[in-house]
Design a protein around this ligand. Structure first.
Ligand SMILES: C[S@@+](CC[C@H](N)C(=O)[O-])C[C@H]1O[C@@H](n2cnc3c(N)ncnc32)[C@H](O)[C@@H]1O
Length: 247
């Protein structure tokens, strides 16, 4: 059962997994990109103190960043040991009063419409039924509240890393492109949406080292640039993206 595997994931990772979760994003090779992502998401949120629900929060690093910015955050995860790490992390960062944590299944949440925003940060693609998870978020939001997702697109489930995680740990690694999130969001009752480029796409397009060997832009760079421009003006519904749904 993937849900049992999600609950057991941290125990299966052992002590190094706990240490990684406690010091994420600084322990992550993609630290710079992760910081950019949480920065972009912060800039989409209402000013603090807003009430934020962080769904599938893992060891809680996103919840803690948001709490340190002054938001009132409820982090939520299915894995009890992830929640224990998140609570410890909040204590170490001095935000226990503004970041509280809840162990439950995001496909069956009955929260009461009090949140200004809900976030799935790299978590919705672990769902068994993303429609149920998005409906949980809809119920938790006040009218006008935002659901922000930061999820991989088509092809994610076929990547070597995902196949390895599914084989070794039995967890879900699904494709979760914008067109799926938008369709499920509409069914749940959301009234509007935006699709925004992932910070990782902006990085690989605009921040790579320049080639001074003659050609200013290599063929590959042109391709990336075209992809990023398309994403800015005509978002690709298949590509990993930040999606904002409005209740
Ligand atoms: C890839 S991790 C991301 C964690 C965190 N958002 C981060 O960025 O570090 C996915 C998380 O989703 C959680 N998860 C998977 N299925 C879930 C469910 N049905 N309900 C709640 N959390 C779930 C897992 O336990 C895991 O912590």
């Amino acid at each position: 059962m993937p849900k049992d595997a999600e609950r057991a994931y941290l125990a299966n990772m052992g002590e190094s997994g706990v240490a990684h979760s406690l010091s994420k994003p600084f322990s992550d090779p993609q630290c710079g990109i992760q910081l950019a992502s949480i920065g972009f998401i912060m800039s989409l949120l209402p000013p603090p103190p807003a009430r934020i629900l962080d769904l599938g929060c893992g060891g809680g690093w996103t919840s803690i960043f948001l709490a340190r910015h002054g938001h009132d955050v409820t982090g939520q995860d299915i894995a009890p040991d992830m929640i224990a790490v998140a609570r410890e992390n909040a204590r170490l960062n001095g935000v226990e009063d503004r970041a509280t944590f809840l162990c439950s299944d995001f496909e069956q949440l009955e929260l009461d419409g009090r949140f200004d925003a809900a976030i799935f940060f790299d978590a919705l693609h672990h769902a068994e039924d993303e429609a149920l998870a998005i409906r949980s978020a809809w119920r938790a939001l006040r009218p006008g509240g935002l659901l922000i997702t930061h999820e991989p697109g088509e092809g994610h489930s076929q990547s070597a890393e995902s196949i390895d995680a599914m084989e070794r740990f039995g967890v879900n690694e699904r494709d979760m492109p914008p067109h799926v999130i938008i369709a499920r969001g509409r069914q749940a009752g959301f009234t509007g949406f935006r699709v925004l480029p992932m910070p990782s796409l902006l990085f690989s397009t605009f921040y790579q080292e320049r080639d001074f060997s003659g050609r200013w832009l290599s063929k590959r760079r042109w391709k990336m640039l075209r992809r990023a421009m398309r994403m800015l003006f005509m978002p690709d519904p298949k590509e990993g993206a930040v999606v904002v749904l409005t209740k």
